[in-house]
Design a binder for this molecule. Structure first.
Ligand code: GMT
Length: 386
């Protein structure tokens, strides 16, 4: 395929859509395409590559009442670059795809070459925004102005098709993927990397394999839909039968409430808050289980990162999670909003090490087999070049 000039608009955060956009851009650049990221700040996981540049879009506010102007500033930046782009890849509909469509309208009016727009819906842009009748028209416009649409799971394809009244065949499923060299089982890392016990200095027994504390891991944006409090409730229920610690990676609106719950349940020694960090795979790979009790999840990239590290996942049986976690094989699926069910599933695996170890092997093998980067990047390349 000819080299494409690709503009990518995405969130510059450690949330799943930002990570996917960063990885897609970096890997397309490694295949010889020219990639320009249009973002308000640096991309935490972006490797250095000569074919990748960053256009910083001003993120300040202005106008009457301090109305946020980022979508306008992004449209203006994309329109200014329009003649030098073959295609704009918008990750998450609002504001990125909306701004990309506006940039196309500006470029058309100015008589410059108009780039195509490819939109990847990631999750709540469909499950939350497209549910809102006042926003649905905006999303339908984005869909009709895009030369291709993609989603990370079949479940999200069907939700998008139903809510936006589209033919499901017009929406391509490109599953999210994981760098399985970076996210690998613990024996891939140096022996002293990823010492989890250092996170829990007041817990003892680490040297006795039969009674050492077990370690659960959760990574998220601490938004209400992630239901991190359910996880803390489950942790509390588990203590009487198995001493269990919990690592919480990430940050977001619910972080203080979760901390308050941890303190009120007397679990401060058992919970480590790591905050948002770009690299953590050596620690994650030493956890016993990964837990994701979300009430909705189009895919659950954080769960896939755990599977690639050989860490079985206990997750809610919602959205696209059953497409990522194979129930009974690479993890267990439980009803959402049910801390007791979450605790029981976790205890079932922690009390049966041969079963947990078998799941760990299956998790790694399945992540490599079904979610390697190459097929996904080739698929995006076809969509962007179309
Ligand atoms: O849609 C969101 O709420 C945000 C988005 C993000 O930026 O992290 O998350 C979604 O996209 C990820 C990457 O495709 C998926 O792994 C997440 O499951 C999805 N989140 C939800 O559907 C809640």
């Amino acid at each position: 395929m000819n080299s494409l000039r690709i503009g990518i608009a995405c969130f510059p955060t450690l949330g799943g859509s930002g990570i996917v956009a960063t990885e897609v851009g970096a890997r397309l650049a490694a295949r010889g395409h020219r990639v320009r990221f249009f973002v308000p700040s640096e991309l935490p996981r972006l490797p250095l590559h000569t074919h990748v540049t960053i256009d910083r879009v001003p993120s300040g506010t202005s106008g009457p009442g301090g109305a946020g102007n980022y979508p306008i500033a992004l449209a203006a930046a994309l329109a200014s670059a329009a003649a030098e782009l073959d295609v704009i890849h918008a990750h998450y509909a609002v504001p990125h795809a909306v701004s990309a469509v506006l940039a196309r309208a500006i470029a058309t009016r100015e008589g410059v070459r108009v780039p195509r727009v490819v939109t990847t819906f990631h999750g709540t842009d469909i499950t939350s925004l497209a549910q809102d009748p006042t926003l649905r028209g905006v999303l339908r416009s984005v869909a009709s102005e895009s030369s291709a649409l993609s989603v990370p799971s079949a479940w999200l394809r069907d939700r998008a098709a139903a809510l936006l009244e589209l033919d499901p065949a017009a929406i391509e499923v490109v599953p999210n993927f994981v760098d399985h060299n970076a996210f690998a089982p613990h024996d891939a890392f140096a022996p002293h990397d990823g010492d989890l016990r250092a996170l829990f200095p007041r817990l003892s027994g680490w040297d006795d394999p039969t009674r050492r504390p077990r370690v659960l891991w959760h990574s998220s944006s601490f938004r209400a839909l992630k239901r991190v409090s359910d996880l803390v409730q489950a942790l509390s229920m588990m203590q009487a039968r198995c001493e269990t610690a919990l690592v919480l990676l990430g940050d977001g609106p619910d972080r203080n409430d979760v901390q308050a719950l941890v303190d009120s349940l007397g679990l401060a020694d058992h919970v480590a808050f790591l905050g948002a960090r770009p690299s953590f795979a050596d620690l994650l790979a030493r956890a016993d289980l990964f837990l994701l009790p979300s009430e909705t999840e189009s895919f659950g990239l954080a769960a896939l990162e755990a599977l690639a590290c050989g860490v079985p996942v206990v997750a809610s049986d919602v959205g696209g999670l059953p497409e990522v976690v194979r129930d009974g094989i690479t993890g267990l699926l439980v009803p959402p909003k049910a801390p007791a069910a979450l605790a029981e599933a976790a205890l079932a695996l922690l009390s049966n090490e041969p079963r947990r170890a078998e799941m760990s092997r299956a998790a790694r093998a399945d992540a490599v087999l079904r979610f390697s980067p190459e097929p996904a990047i080739a698929h995006y390349e076809r969509l962007l070049g179309r």
